[in-house]
Design a protein around this ligand. Structure first.
Ligand SMILES: [Zn+2]
Length: 383
């Protein structure tokens, strides 16, 4: 495999040579070290973690109640929207995504259990858990298997064959960002498989039924019931709810895209991940993810997915642990000579935006003989 790495100073991109690929023994040792971290943290989970997530839930509810109440006072509309947006972001990121990964199942709290939790977004938890927890987290960045590579709409990797359709890549990305919760909900229908005839509507009936029921509930809540409750302010409440959903959509899209698509993130082929060892799985999760540096508030608002690398290494460990784990993970990466892709939000976002635009066009260089260990996924130096 070869790939490029954006360094933390943001001054230069360097191409990593295949020497970064570890031997089978090194991969095993690498995997053992990460397994040991995991076991240690799992054994250490307790009251502090429980108190933390309960506090986040309390804040989320507080912001939601405050936001919905402020819609009764028209001059407070901007504050109402801001408050409701924060509530929705906390619900989706630090609470929803993480709880549905089973990070807090050990607490035995039905309200924080992955099997029972339902979030404030169009995507039904049942569908999402399969598409995200299973498909995306198992097959991370394997082109053709991880449907989050382009979401079936975008071209985000050179291994996705270019077609004139992809000229619209930036437009599709903009639309996906704006309507992200709809995109996430519809993602599970695997529309591209339907179009290709590899899947039938009948097979999708159950998934579609869940989406329909959830969409009805969400639309009724944000666009009918709560606006009606504010009586004469029906329209302004409806608009406020729509703006809060939009703000949440834009934020979550950006955080998620920074987690897998900045320069330097590697993709893999199905062939090279056949017979993958435990260490190999960790290796792919590390090289297929990217972090965002920032303040503590930024980490909380991103559901700690600003530590996407640690999340992919330890998806079911409470996300509040990721910042402390990142120190250890970076130290291990240094010892094994592995890249650790991180940078501030603006730089990771700029890098993602460049990739979205570059992938809209056919590749400049015709691909040469295939590299036995993989493909260059992103090479700003070659652009
Ligand atoms: Zn996840």
């Amino acid at each position: 495999m070869s790939l490029t790495l954006t360094n933390d100073a943001g001054t230069a991109d360097q191409e990593l040579s295949p020497t970064y690929t570890l031997t089978a023994e090194q991969l095993d040792a690498f995997g053992d070290e990460l397994d040991a971290i995991r076991q240690r943290v799992v054994a250490d989970l307790g009251e502090v973690d429980a108190q933390y997530i309960r506090k986040v839930v309390k804040y989320q509810r507080g912001f939601e109640v405050a936001g919905r109440l402020m819609f009764y006072v028209p001059p407070l509309w901007p504050a109402a929207v801001a408050s409701l947006s924060v509530s929705k972001i906390l619900d989706n990121m630090e609470i929803g995504h993480n709880v549905m990964h089973g990070q807090y199942d050990w607490m035995g709290d039905p309200g924080l259990n992955s099997r029972m939790f339902e979030w404030d977004t169009m995507a039904p938890s049942e569908n999402w858990k399969y598409g995200h927890n299973y498909m995306h987290h198992t097959y991370t960045n394997i082109v053709g298997k991880d449907r989050d590579v382009g979401y079936g709409i975008l071209r985000m990797d050179e291994d996705q064959e270019w077609r004139p359709y992809y000229l619209g890549n930036p437009l599709y990305a903009f639309l996906l960002m704006t309507f992200f919760e709809w995109g996430v909900a519809l993602h599970d229908l695997e529309t591209e498989e339907l179009i290709a005839g590899r899947r039938t509507w009948a097979e999708n009936r159950e998934i579609a039924g869940r989406i329909w029921r959830k969409v009805r509930k969400q639309v009724a809540k944000d666009y009918i019931v709560f606006p009606l409750l504010t009586g004469p302010f029906f329209l302004s409440t409806l608009a406020g709810n729509a703006v809060a959903n939009l703000i949440r959509n834009v934020w979550t899209f950006n955080i998620i895209f920074c987690g897998h698509f900045p320069a330097g993130v590697a993709t893999f082929t199905v062939e090279e991940t056949e017979n993958e060892s435990r260490g190999g799985w960790y290796y792919r999760q590390l090289l297929g993810s990217a972090n965002i540096t920032g303040s503590k508030l930024m980490h909380v608002m991103s559901g700690n997915l600003s530590h996407q690398i640690e999340h992919h290494l330890f998806p079911d460990i409470p996300a509040r642990r990721y910042p402390e784990l990142s120190v250890e993970v970076q130290e291990i990466c240094e010892r094994y000579g592995l890249p650790y892709n991180t940078g501030p939000l603006h730089r990771q976002l700029g890098s993602v935006f460049k990739k979205i635009c570059r992938m809209a066009l056919p590749d400049r260089k015709p691909s040469t003989a295939p590299d036995p260990a993989g493909d260059v996924t992103d090479n700003p130096l070659a652009a």
